[in-house]
Design a protein around this ligand. Sequence first.
Ligand code: HEC
Length: 206
Amino acid sequence: MGLKMIVRQFIWMLGILSCFILGWIVYVIVPNQVLDTPPRGEETPPPDFGLVKTGQKIYGANGCAGCHTQVVRPANMGSDIARGWGSRRTLPVDYYHERNPFLGIVRMGSDLSNVGTRRKDPHWFYILLYNPDKIFPGTIMPPYRYLFRKVRAEGKRNPEALPQELTPGVPSELQVLPSPEAIALVAYLLSLDRTYPIETRAKNHE
Ligand code: HEC
């Protein structure tokens, strides 16, 4: 093997090594510097617990994140804030307590980062989940009727039951009630509020 060959192989190895190092810097070191704001005290969002935590799992299990994002983009990178989906961009610290943040990749429906600030009535959510078409005529959002159960009315209507005119095809002696899964899912949706103020190193949360 000539000296020229050794030098050429050495340059190859160096090239391959620098590709790895460059990738590591660009994908690990730089994002860590820019994004990883260490939370300080009350700057961290309130942790989820109880029903809300269960609801988050149901949100994941039903593939809601396949159509809905939970990321509000900064004002200079999209119209999210102008559309009223949040008062500020979301930041990594917003997901501080979440094991599986549902950022989502496709936005068929609206961003749900702050849906709990726009919609406050649990019954609105139950109607949406049972029959999305009633709220958004012609929508592609599928109904989630298996999150509801039919219970015999026993002469008295449960105040939690869906209005009869919204449950076509269900005999009048039955009433449609949200299941524990639907109740937890709606508790989670109502909890979605990432509008609390946050101090960041980057200072770019408008
Ligand atoms: C196939 C896509 C799709 C899936 C899956 C889906 N949605 Fe939707 N969703 C939509 C669309 C689209 C809209 C907006 C309504 C419209 O304009 O058609 C919407 C609207 C909503 C809204 C109202 C948001 C607002 O800003 O008022 C909520 C809340 C919601 N969906 C929750 C859910 C939940 C919870 C799940 C899972 C159980 C889910 N969606 C699954 C497509 C979807």
